[in-house]
Design a protein around this ligand. Sequence first.
Ligand code: SAM
Length: 300
Amino acid sequence: MTTNQTHTRAAAIATPTRTKDIIRKHGFTFKKSLGQNFLIDKNILDKIVDAADLGPAKGALEIGPGVGALTERLAQEAGRVAALEIDGRLIPILQDVLAPYDNVSVVHADVLKADLRQLWQERFAGTESVSVVANLPYYVTTPIIMRLLEEHLPIENIVVMVQKEVAERMAAKPGGKDYGTLSIAVQYYCEPELVCIVPSGAFIPAPNVDSAVIKLKRRPKPAVDVSDEERYFRVVHAAFAQRRKTLGNNLAALVGKERKAELGGVFERCGIDPTRRGETLSLKEFAALADALAEAKLLS
Ligand code: SAM
Protein backbone atom coordinates (compact mmCIF):
# COMPACT_ATOMS: atom_id res chain seq x y z
CA MET A 1 0.00 0.00 0.00
CA THR A 2 1.35 3.44 -0.84
CA THR A 3 1.46 6.31 1.62
CA ASN A 4 -1.16 8.06 -0.46
CA GLN A 5 -3.63 5.31 0.30
CA THR A 6 -2.93 5.12 4.03
CA HIS A 7 -4.08 8.70 4.72
CA THR A 8 -7.56 10.01 4.59
CA ARG A 9 -7.12 12.78 2.11
CA ALA A 10 -8.44 16.28 2.75
CA ALA A 11 -10.28 18.01 -0.10
CA ALA A 12 -8.05 18.94 -3.04
CA ILE A 13 -6.00 22.10 -2.47
CA ALA A 14 -7.00 23.47 -5.89
CA THR A 15 -10.42 24.72 -4.79
CA PRO A 16 -11.25 28.27 -3.72
CA THR A 17 -12.40 27.10 -0.26
CA ARG A 18 -9.41 24.92 0.62
CA THR A 19 -6.85 27.39 -0.75
CA LYS A 20 -8.44 30.25 1.20
CA ASP A 21 -8.53 28.07 4.35
CA ILE A 22 -4.81 27.29 4.03
CA ILE A 23 -3.96 30.95 3.47
CA ARG A 24 -6.06 32.03 6.45
CA LYS A 25 -4.73 29.29 8.75
CA HIS A 26 -1.12 30.30 8.09
CA GLY A 27 -1.75 34.05 7.84
CA PHE A 28 -0.18 34.08 4.36
CA THR A 29 -0.16 37.27 2.28
CA PHE A 30 0.49 37.27 -1.49
CA LYS A 31 3.64 38.82 -2.92
CA LYS A 32 2.91 40.23 -6.35
CA SER A 33 6.64 40.64 -6.97
CA LEU A 34 7.03 36.83 -6.86
CA GLY A 35 4.23 36.21 -9.36
CA GLN A 36 2.04 34.55 -6.73
CA ASN A 37 -1.26 33.61 -8.41
CA PHE A 38 -2.46 30.28 -7.08
CA LEU A 39 -4.52 27.87 -9.19
CA ILE A 40 -7.96 27.05 -7.83
CA ASP A 41 -9.42 25.23 -10.84
CA LYS A 42 -9.27 21.45 -10.62
CA ASN A 43 -10.13 20.93 -14.30
CA ILE A 44 -7.14 22.98 -15.41
CA LEU A 45 -4.90 21.00 -13.06
CA ASP A 46 -6.16 17.78 -14.62
CA LYS A 47 -5.27 19.09 -18.09
CA ILE A 48 -1.75 20.04 -16.94
CA VAL A 49 -1.13 16.69 -15.30
CA ASP A 50 -2.57 14.70 -18.25
CA ALA A 51 -0.35 16.60 -20.70
CA ALA A 52 2.74 15.80 -18.60
CA ASP A 53 2.23 12.07 -19.19
CA LEU A 54 3.48 11.03 -15.74
CA GLY A 55 3.44 7.62 -14.05
CA PRO A 56 4.85 5.80 -11.02
CA ALA A 57 8.27 5.26 -12.64
CA LYS A 58 8.63 8.93 -13.61
CA GLY A 59 9.73 12.09 -11.83
CA ALA A 60 8.30 15.61 -11.84
CA LEU A 61 10.13 18.84 -11.10
CA GLU A 62 7.83 21.66 -10.07
CA ILE A 63 8.95 25.28 -10.04
CA GLY A 64 7.07 27.46 -7.56
CA PRO A 65 4.68 25.14 -5.68
CA GLY A 66 2.86 27.97 -3.87
CA VAL A 67 0.52 26.29 -1.38
CA GLY A 68 0.81 22.95 -3.18
CA ALA A 69 -2.24 22.76 -5.50
CA LEU A 70 -0.27 21.28 -8.38
CA THR A 71 2.31 19.56 -6.15
CA GLU A 72 -0.44 17.49 -4.58
CA ARG A 73 -1.65 16.26 -8.00
CA LEU A 74 1.94 15.54 -9.08
CA ALA A 75 2.49 13.52 -5.90
CA GLN A 76 -0.53 11.42 -6.84
CA GLU A 77 0.59 10.85 -10.44
CA ALA A 78 4.42 10.68 -10.41
CA GLY A 79 6.81 8.38 -8.58
CA ARG A 80 8.91 11.24 -7.27
CA VAL A 81 8.39 14.98 -7.06
CA ALA A 82 10.82 17.80 -6.27
CA ALA A 83 9.38 21.29 -5.83
CA LEU A 84 11.58 24.41 -5.74
CA GLU A 85 10.06 27.39 -3.94
CA ILE A 86 11.80 30.75 -3.48
CA ASP A 87 9.46 32.10 -0.78
CA GLY A 88 10.56 30.80 2.64
CA ARG A 89 7.14 31.59 4.15
CA LEU A 90 5.61 28.86 1.99
CA ILE A 91 7.95 26.06 3.13
CA PRO A 92 6.18 25.25 6.46
CA ILE A 93 2.80 25.52 4.71
CA LEU A 94 3.91 23.04 2.05
CA GLN A 95 5.31 20.70 4.69
CA ASP A 96 1.95 20.80 6.43
CA VAL A 97 -0.33 20.31 3.40
CA LEU A 98 1.89 17.74 1.72
CA ALA A 99 2.47 15.66 4.86
CA PRO A 100 0.36 12.76 3.46
CA TYR A 101 2.80 12.27 0.59
CA ASP A 102 6.19 10.64 1.13
CA ASN A 103 7.36 11.02 -2.49
CA VAL A 104 7.68 14.83 -2.46
CA SER A 105 10.73 16.92 -1.55
CA VAL A 106 10.19 20.63 -1.10
CA VAL A 107 13.36 22.63 -1.63
CA HIS A 108 13.72 26.27 -0.57
CA ALA A 109 15.56 27.70 -3.59
CA ASP A 110 15.52 30.11 -6.48
CA VAL A 111 15.22 28.02 -9.65
CA LEU A 112 17.55 30.39 -11.48
CA LYS A 113 20.34 29.82 -8.96
CA ALA A 114 19.81 26.21 -7.85
CA ASP A 115 22.23 23.51 -8.96
CA LEU A 116 19.80 21.56 -11.11
CA ARG A 117 22.24 18.79 -12.06
CA GLN A 118 22.85 18.03 -8.39
CA LEU A 119 19.11 18.13 -7.76
CA TRP A 120 18.65 15.58 -10.55
CA GLN A 121 21.21 13.26 -8.96
CA GLU A 122 19.81 13.63 -5.46
CA ARG A 123 16.09 13.45 -6.22
CA PHE A 124 15.61 11.67 -9.52
CA ALA A 125 18.25 8.92 -9.66
CA GLY A 126 16.62 5.73 -10.90
CA THR A 127 13.51 7.38 -12.40
CA GLU A 128 12.63 6.51 -15.99
CA SER A 129 12.36 10.16 -17.03
CA VAL A 130 11.67 13.57 -15.54
CA SER A 131 9.26 16.26 -16.70
CA VAL A 132 9.06 19.86 -15.55
CA VAL A 133 5.50 20.74 -14.61
CA ALA A 134 4.71 24.20 -13.28
CA ASN A 135 2.48 27.20 -13.05
CA LEU A 136 5.38 29.58 -13.63
CA PRO A 137 5.89 32.95 -11.96
CA TYR A 138 5.30 35.21 -14.96
CA TYR A 139 8.02 37.75 -14.13
CA VAL A 140 10.74 35.17 -14.85
CA THR A 141 9.15 32.82 -17.40
CA THR A 142 11.65 33.36 -20.20
CA PRO A 143 14.84 33.04 -18.10
CA ILE A 144 13.45 29.86 -16.51
CA ILE A 145 12.56 28.27 -19.87
CA MET A 146 15.91 29.29 -21.37
CA ARG A 147 17.77 27.79 -18.43
CA LEU A 148 15.86 24.49 -18.70
CA LEU A 149 16.55 24.29 -22.44
CA GLU A 150 20.16 25.41 -22.53
CA GLU A 151 21.45 23.27 -19.66
CA HIS A 152 20.66 20.10 -21.61
CA LEU A 153 19.06 18.50 -18.58
CA PRO A 154 17.46 15.13 -19.28
CA ILE A 155 13.90 16.47 -19.43
CA GLU A 156 11.10 14.58 -21.18
CA ASN A 157 8.36 17.22 -21.24
CA ILE A 158 8.01 20.77 -20.01
CA VAL A 159 4.35 21.49 -19.26
CA VAL A 160 3.91 25.01 -18.02
CA MET A 161 1.30 27.66 -17.37
CA VAL A 162 2.53 30.93 -18.82
CA GLN A 163 1.09 34.25 -19.96
CA LYS A 164 -0.99 33.60 -23.11
CA GLU A 165 1.14 35.87 -25.26
CA VAL A 166 4.32 34.08 -24.14
CA ALA A 167 2.78 30.73 -25.16
CA GLU A 168 1.98 32.28 -28.54
CA ARG A 169 5.58 33.42 -28.91
CA MET A 170 6.90 29.96 -28.06
CA ALA A 171 4.75 28.30 -30.73
CA ALA A 172 5.00 31.06 -33.39
CA LYS A 173 6.00 30.25 -36.96
CA PRO A 174 8.22 32.53 -39.09
CA GLY A 175 6.61 35.60 -40.60
CA GLY A 176 4.70 37.17 -37.74
CA LYS A 177 5.39 39.58 -34.92
CA ASP A 178 5.33 36.79 -32.31
CA TYR A 179 8.24 34.91 -33.90
CA GLY A 180 11.60 35.68 -32.31
CA THR A 181 14.50 34.32 -30.25
CA LEU A 182 12.19 32.57 -27.76
CA SER A 183 10.29 30.78 -30.57
CA ILE A 184 13.55 29.62 -32.13
CA ALA A 185 15.12 28.44 -28.86
CA VAL A 186 11.98 26.53 -27.88
CA GLN A 187 11.46 24.98 -31.31
CA TYR A 188 15.14 24.08 -31.72
CA TYR A 189 14.96 21.81 -28.66
CA CYS A 190 11.24 20.97 -28.41
CA GLU A 191 7.94 20.52 -30.18
CA PRO A 192 5.47 23.02 -28.71
CA GLU A 193 1.80 22.17 -28.32
CA LEU A 194 -0.83 24.48 -26.87
CA VAL A 195 -2.80 22.55 -24.21
CA CYS A 196 -5.44 25.12 -23.22
CA ILE A 197 -6.19 28.79 -22.64
CA VAL A 198 -6.84 29.67 -19.01
CA PRO A 199 -9.02 32.58 -17.89
CA SER A 200 -7.82 34.76 -15.04
CA GLY A 201 -10.66 33.52 -12.79
CA ALA A 202 -8.81 30.20 -12.40
CA PHE A 203 -6.40 31.84 -9.93
CA ILE A 204 -6.39 33.74 -6.66
CA PRO A 205 -5.59 36.53 -6.85
CA ALA A 206 -6.69 36.81 -10.51
CA PRO A 207 -3.84 38.05 -12.72
CA ASN A 208 -4.67 40.82 -15.18
CA VAL A 209 -3.64 38.79 -18.22
CA ASP A 210 -4.94 35.60 -19.81
CA SER A 211 -2.84 32.49 -19.38
CA ALA A 212 -2.18 29.34 -21.35
CA VAL A 213 -0.80 25.90 -20.68
CA ILE A 214 1.84 24.85 -23.18
CA LYS A 215 3.56 21.51 -23.56
CA LEU A 216 7.14 21.47 -24.85
CA LYS A 217 8.04 17.94 -25.84
CA ARG A 218 11.79 17.52 -25.95
CA ARG A 219 13.01 16.37 -29.36
CA PRO A 220 15.40 13.37 -29.39
CA LYS A 221 17.76 15.66 -31.31
CA PRO A 222 17.56 19.37 -32.18
CA ALA A 223 15.26 20.41 -35.03
CA VAL A 224 18.19 21.42 -37.26
CA ASP A 225 21.84 20.38 -37.54
CA VAL A 226 24.33 23.12 -36.70
CA SER A 227 28.10 22.87 -36.39
CA ASP A 228 28.09 24.99 -33.20
CA GLU A 229 25.01 25.65 -31.06
CA GLU A 230 26.43 28.69 -29.31
CA ARG A 231 27.26 30.35 -32.65
CA TYR A 232 23.80 29.51 -34.02
CA PHE A 233 22.11 31.35 -31.15
CA ARG A 234 24.56 34.25 -31.44
CA VAL A 235 23.41 34.73 -35.04
CA VAL A 236 19.74 34.38 -34.06
CA HIS A 237 20.10 36.99 -31.29
CA ALA A 238 21.94 39.36 -33.64
CA ALA A 239 19.24 38.99 -36.32
CA PHE A 240 16.60 40.16 -33.83
CA ALA A 241 18.76 42.79 -32.10
CA GLN A 242 16.80 45.54 -33.83
CA ARG A 243 13.63 44.05 -35.24
CA ARG A 244 12.97 46.87 -37.68
CA LYS A 245 16.40 46.57 -39.28
CA THR A 246 17.17 44.21 -42.16
CA LEU A 247 19.07 41.01 -41.64
CA GLY A 248 22.01 42.54 -43.52
CA ASN A 249 22.24 45.51 -41.16
CA ASN A 250 21.78 43.44 -38.01
CA LEU A 251 24.47 40.96 -39.05
CA ALA A 252 26.83 43.77 -40.08
CA ALA A 253 26.75 44.86 -36.45
CA LEU A 254 27.73 41.31 -35.47
CA VAL A 255 30.69 40.83 -37.84
CA GLY A 256 31.96 44.41 -37.63
CA LYS A 257 31.90 47.34 -40.08
CA GLU A 258 35.24 46.51 -41.67
CA ARG A 259 34.02 43.08 -42.84
CA LYS A 260 30.47 44.08 -43.74
CA ALA A 261 31.19 43.87 -47.50
CA GLU A 262 31.98 40.14 -47.20
CA LEU A 263 28.46 39.42 -45.97
CA GLY A 264 27.03 39.69 -49.50
CA GLY A 265 28.76 36.47 -50.61
CA VAL A 266 27.56 34.61 -47.52
CA PHE A 267 23.94 35.61 -48.13
CA GLU A 268 24.26 34.60 -51.76
CA ARG A 269 25.68 31.16 -50.92
CA CYS A 270 22.73 30.56 -48.55
CA GLY A 271 20.15 31.87 -51.03
CA ILE A 272 18.94 34.42 -48.45
CA ASP A 273 18.03 37.98 -49.38
CA PRO A 274 19.83 40.36 -46.95
CA THR A 275 16.92 42.82 -47.10
CA ARG A 276 14.68 40.29 -45.32
CA ARG A 277 14.00 40.71 -41.62
CA GLY A 278 15.06 38.15 -39.02
CA GLU A 279 11.44 37.31 -38.27
CA THR A 280 11.00 35.74 -41.75
CA LEU A 281 13.82 33.18 -41.43
CA SER A 282 13.16 29.54 -40.58
CA LEU A 283 15.31 27.61 -38.08
CA LYS A 284 16.92 25.88 -41.07
CA GLU A 285 17.81 29.15 -42.79
CA PHE A 286 19.41 30.42 -39.56
CA ALA A 287 21.44 27.19 -39.41
CA ALA A 288 22.69 27.66 -42.99
CA LEU A 289 23.58 31.27 -42.27
CA ALA A 290 25.45 30.55 -39.03
CA ASP A 291 27.50 27.77 -40.63
CA ALA A 292 28.23 29.86 -43.74
CA LEU A 293 29.42 32.79 -41.56
CA ALA A 294 31.81 30.40 -39.84
CA GLU A 295 33.06 28.93 -43.12
CA ALA A 296 33.76 32.45 -44.40
CA LYS A 297 35.64 33.06 -41.13
CA LEU A 298 33.37 35.98 -40.33
CA LEU A 299 32.46 34.39 -37.01
CA SER A 300 34.41 32.09 -34.74
N1 SAM B 1 2.13 26.19 -8.20
C1 SAM B 1 1.26 27.09 -7.45
C2 SAM B 1 -0.13 27.06 -8.05
O1 SAM B 1 -0.24 26.65 -9.21
O2 SAM B 1 -1.07 27.44 -7.38
C3 SAM B 1 1.81 28.50 -7.40
C4 SAM B 1 2.13 29.15 -8.73
S1 SAM B 1 2.55 30.88 -8.62
C5 SAM B 1 2.06 31.41 -10.25
C6 SAM B 1 4.32 30.94 -8.78
C7 SAM B 1 5.12 30.42 -7.61
O3 SAM B 1 6.52 30.52 -7.93
C8 SAM B 1 4.95 31.18 -6.30
O4 SAM B 1 4.78 30.27 -5.26
C9 SAM B 1 6.28 31.94 -6.14
O5 SAM B 1 6.62 32.21 -4.79
C10 SAM B 1 7.25 31.00 -6.80
N2 SAM B 1 8.48 31.61 -7.36
C11 SAM B 1 8.64 32.86 -7.84
N3 SAM B 1 9.89 33.06 -8.28
C12 SAM B 1 10.56 31.88 -8.09
C13 SAM B 1 11.89 31.45 -8.34
N4 SAM B 1 12.79 32.26 -8.90
N5 SAM B 1 12.25 30.18 -7.97
C14 SAM B 1 11.33 29.35 -7.40
N6 SAM B 1 10.05 29.70 -7.15
C15 SAM B 1 9.66 30.94 -7.50
